[in-house]
Write a protein that binds this ligand. Structure first.
Ligand code: HXC
Length: 282
């Protein structure tokens, strides 16, 4: 889909790049010529991810950090710049989430998710943006949000609040930083199975089966599909796109359409039979 040098000249930091979708995007960037730095809390996971990413032959850097800690993020950005090179791309992918009834959440549970998702994104984004603005270099930011930023969602209320904030941050900065040649976009992924998300968000195989039925495409997303979209938005193939949120969910978020649920109630053949019976006879 892309030329091998699509991201040559880019140095991109992926937060939470040691596993799941962060790792998939990091691999995609690296395979197309980018120098990729990944950060996260688990050093062993980062090291093993770096080996996979580095199979492309391009340089990889790992940085152990908790994105909730502003000073630690600042120190990490300094380290990356001196040891690896100046960054011109940032993907805010690190997240925290779990299913829980809102009435039973502890204040610390709410705070933890908001700290990781919203404050973590602010910490990395501001530190990255400051450096670009000071140096006069252009850059690209990509924030991973969710499809429920607009609607909210039961049982993941802290994540919905925090991701909605990240979307607002995306659009605010897209306007504010355009004059510095910094593009800021977001991707709203639907269901892409990862160990991190699935162990926290899919409690039971029966629930998973029912969940799959509400995806019009009839399947989950493939990691490469998300990585390809991220490559496009991080690359010079999309220089005029900023402040855009691209949904990639097999149509899942369109299921609010009033009659879409008919597709879940009966097989298509049976529905067609009903529609024929309802058609006025000549
Ligand atoms: C209720 C919980 C909980 C759970 C933790 N808490 N897990 N409450 N249900 N399952 C509460 C704790 O009791 C504690 O409150 C507070 O949250 C902090 O928990 P810690 O374990 O101390 O926090 P920490 O070690 O920092 O871990 C953060 C975490 C964890 C968010 C809780 O799950 C994590 O590290 N997640 C990272 C990976 C992740 O979540 N991936 C999924 C992202 S998917 P008290 O009051 O007891 O101190 C995603 C996309 C969604 O976001 C879209 C998918 C379709």
């Amino acid at each position: 889909m892309f030329k091998n040098d699509t991201l040559t000249g880019k140095t991109i930091l992926v937060t939470g790049g040691g596993s799941g979708l962060g790792l998939a995007m990091a691999k995609g960037f690296s395979s197309l010529g980018a120098k990729v730095a990944i950060c996260g809390r688990n050093e062993d996971r980062l090291k093993s991810a770096a080996e996979t990413i580095g199979a492309s032959g391009n340089p990889v850097y790992t940085a152990s950090v908790d994105v909730r800690d502003y000073e630690a993020v600042s120190a990490m950005m300094d380290r990356i710049e001196s040891d690896f090179g100046a960054l011109n791309g940032l993907v805010n992918n690190a997240a925290g989430n779990f299913l829980f009834p809102s009435e039973d959440l502890s204040p610390n549970a709410f705070k933890t998710v908001v700290d990781i998702v919203l404050h973590g994104t602010f910490n990395c984004t501001q530190q990255f943006g400051k450096r670009l603005i000071d140096s006069g270099n252009s850059g690209t930011i990509l924030n991973i949000v969710t499809t429920y930023t607009q609607t909210g969602s039961a049982f993941v209320m802290p994540s919905a609040c925090a991701k909605a904030g990240v979307l607002a941050m995306t659009n605010s900065l897209a306007a504010e930083w355009a004059e510095y040649n910094i593009r800021v976009n977001s991707i709203a992924p639907g269901p892409f199975p990862t160990e991190g998300a699935w162990t926290r968000l899919m409690p039971d195989p029966k629930i998973e089966e029912a969940y799959l039925k509400k995806i019009p495409a009839g399947r989950y997303g493939e990691h490469d599909e998300l990585a390809n979209l991220a490559v496009f938005l991080m690359s010079d193939l999309s220089p005029y796109i900023t402040g855009e949120c691209v949904t990639i969910d097999g149509g899942e978020s369109l299921m609010a359409g009033q009659f879409n649920s008919l597709m879940q109630i009966a097989p298509r053949k049976q529905l067609k039979g009903f529609f024929q019976m309802m058609k006025p006879k000549k």
